[in-house]
Design a protein around this ligand. Structure first.
Ligand code: GLO
Ligand code: MG
Length: 346
């Protein structure tokens, strides 16, 4: 039998969060980047995801030379710790220049800010040794649809992607779709939209996607189907596994904590499609609950990985023959995953 590959895992510094929400302040003490990196190592994860300003804090106040210098220092540290950088993502939703969106802002100067910042993120990615630039297009949408021209917005997105692809011949853009939040409606809400817009760019082969389970659920889709769809195109370059209890605010719950069947089917899709074999990482974009105490602050990361690995074991021992037999009899194998006793260690 072919040797099964082992998965590699990562998370971002923002996944050790302090509990603030729109209605209340942080409830856990602030933790600095060094501490978070140590925790990542202690937990035995393989890589870290970076926003541009996780890698180079206060990036907007720094020169290009200074940004490169700090990125090089970070790279040395990561090498010393044996930690890889999985991706870099420009944080295009925080600055005053991005209030009306970044690449699709109605203001030319603000669009230029977004492109410049994206090119700096590509510099950082190159120095940190990753070719993946993640684009979560947080504010590329509207609260009131009449406030932007939808057709023009698509053209502006393509122009921005083209500038990035021309700037660096190696970089790959992984679009992370999300249908809403912070905006009412986003322009690229699903994986289908991400892969379709790729075709309009100067180099479609270098425009792919990142699937986040919660975002797919918010779009009313099954994340496992999104995985199969993206992987049929060879375009799933990163993954944010987490969980989401239906159509409400983006919850980023620990993987498998709400709906084990949906989690199982994602793992089964990853297994069948060979995710990870080309070096992709399994990332958990999860947050502790606001009620989580400091002593359990990292449990959501560890539990997400444990659940994932248990589900890998279940997917590998799934009774495929029995499933096929039931399907042939016109019955559905809906109880089979449950028979695998998902909740136990066995
Ligand atoms: C929010 C997104 C966010 C991105 C991250 C990387 O809904 O999931 O966490 O994944 O900022 O760009
Ligand atoms: Mg995400």
């Amino acid at each position: 039998m072919a040797k099964k590959h082992t998965y590699r895992f990562c998370f971002g510094p923002w996944n050790i969060s302090e509990g603030q929400d729109p209605y209340g302040p942080p409830v856990r003490p602030p933790a600095n980047f060094d501490w978070k990196l140590d925790q990542l190592k202690k937990l035995g994860f393989d890589a870290m995801m970076f926003h541009d300003d996780d890698a180079v804090p206060e990036i907007d106040n720094k020169s290009e030379a200074q940004i490169r210098k700090e990125a090089q220092e970070l790279k040395k540290r990561l090498d010393g710790e044996g930690i890889a950088a999985e991706m870099v993502a420009p944080r295009l939703w925080f600055a005053p220049e991005t209030i009306d969106g970044a690449y699709t802002s109605n203001d030319t100067r603000h669009r230029q800010y977004a492109i410049d910042r994206s090119l700096r993120s590509i510099d950082i990615a190159r120095i940190l040794g990753t070719d993946i630039l993640v684009l979560w297009l947080a504010r590329e949408g509207t609260y009131i649809r009449e406030s932007k021209n939808g057709r023009r917005s698509i053209e502006l997105l393509v122009e921005a992607f083209d500038k990035m692809l021309a700037y660096d011949k190696q970089v790959r853009l992984a679009i992370e779709p999300k249908p809403n939040e912070p905006m009412d409606h986003a322009y690229l809400p699903t994986i289908g939209h991400a892969l379709a817009i790729a075709q309009l760019t100067r180099d479609p082969k270098r425009v792919g996607c990142l699937i986040e389970s919660a975002h797919a659920i918010l779009a009313g889709l099954d994340p496992a189907d999104e995985i199969d769809f993206a992987m049929a195109f060879g375009k799933l370059w990163s993954l944010h596994l987490n969980d989401q209890n239906g159509l409400k605010f983006d919850q980023d719950k620990p993987f498998g904590s709400t709906n084990l069947r949906v989690a199982f089917n994602q793992v089964r899709a990853l297994e069948r499609d060979g995710y990870g074999k080309a070096g992709e990482y399994v990332c958990f974009d999860v947050h502790p609950f606001r009620t989580t105490r400091v002593e359990h602050w990292l449990a959501h990361l560890n539990n997400s990985r444990r659940t994932f690995l248990k589900l890998v074991a279940k997917a590998r021992t799934f009774d495929e023959r029995k499933a096929q037999q039931l399907i042939a009899e016109g019955r559905s194998p809906f109880r089979l995953p449950l028979r695998c006793s998902l909740l136990t260690d066995r």
